[in-house]
Write a protein that binds this ligand. Sequence first.
Ligand SMILES: Cc1ncc(COP(=O)(O)O)c(C=O)c1O
Length: 483
Amino acid sequence: MKSSMLLWRLLPYVSKAAAKAQMEFDYDGPSMKTAVPGPRSQELTKQLGDIQNVGAVNFFCNYEESRGNYLVDVDGNRMLDIYTQISSIPIGYNHPALLKLMTNPNNLSTFVNRPALGILPPENFPDKIAESLLSVAPSGMTRVQTMACGSCSNENAYKAMFIWYRNKERGYKTPSDEDHSTCMINQAPGCPDLSILSFMGAFHGRTMGCLATTHSKVIHKLDVPSFDWPIAPFPKLQYPLEEFTRENALEEARCLEEVEDLIVKWRQKGKPVAGIVIEPIQAEGGDNHASPDFFRRLRDIARKHGCAFHVDEVQTGGGGTGKFWAHEHWGMDDPADIVSFSKKLLTGGYYHKDELQPYRIFNTWMGDPSKNLFLSEVLNVIRRENLLEEVTRSGKALLNGLYELQAQYPGILSRARGQGTFCAIDICDGATRDTILVKARDKGVLLGGCGDRSIRFRPALVFKEYHVHLLLNIFNDVLANHK
Ligand SMILES: Cc1ncc(COP(=O)(O)O)c(C=O)c1O
């Protein structure tokens, strides 16, 4: 390790102030008026509770008053939002560029008339898709299918992989009469016994197929029937990564070996692996990283065994890691056969190779053209304001600050890690993590948990160094007062 790195990791965190961000639509800082949830939030929770389950509701929001990096609640509390609606707000609240779109009369029909895109797309649809999603297509991909949300993107991507795999097996011949009759009664060969290999700790959504590949928390899976599909270990790395390269390489090699064993085992069981699905950074499962080399070798294993390689960028996509796609950090020309997205992209969907052409993938909406309008504008803002560079800069300040805090509070904090502003840190145990999240919120910083005892940082792309220091000062306060 470089001595300068060692030095800043050992120095205590001292309050820093960065130049105030030049953002006309941001507030100056948090402002707290009541405990959260405040009285109005509690009243509304009770009212909604008579209609639906409110077990997960934190508080009610005032989206009109929210701006930039700040979420305002119905009791007038203004919080620096580093959770951003589960990592799905790309350029902050009420960005003027997005509000302007709503005032353009030419866009009105797109907002008012939601089409069944698969059968009746609007005239400007090809242009708008080219302007938005195709302009950020992953390397080697020229085709994209929009969908509504992350789970439905993954669910349909899995179907596309199965259909592709069966077509290969059939030698691209028309399905037989037996295929037709058996599929209607859920039997093989029409409904073939194929599988998707996923990783322990993964989160790919909660619909039935996705859930079979989700292994982050018991609560998501309990009581729901699932498939007998192979689950490989995801590398458990030591951080900072650059200090444990040898140990981590051994751990990654162990996991890759297991992947190959599982592929062989499931083929022998008569349930061949049609596809491998993986997140570039396991997010819900605790912000678990792996090296570019791990992903390159996994891609090779998929190729060698004839499995499609699906990279789930639902949480990592859209710039939070400092590159538009997290898989760009792997430096590959041909990173995947499928890349799914949602959240910061505002629309769900997936890019795919030509041969995974998803005919027979269909539903009513298949996305929403109004989201493509917003996405085009988000991409303009990202380019115009060099937001990926900003994320890299803010991310460095954030991770360095977390290293400093970790050195200062070794009994509470460990395993600071991150790429861009997509950062996380572990807390000594789950209960302390939950207390710290509440205390930070009381001081006006909204953070989220992930895994058993991690805190994840998921700011918008307009989160500047100035906001990093605001956050670190408040986080430091919470830690200093933690008993
Ligand atoms: C990596 C990943 N995949 C899929 C999903 C599911 O997306 P959605 O909640 O939009 O269904 C999520 C949601 O957090 C995710 O993080």
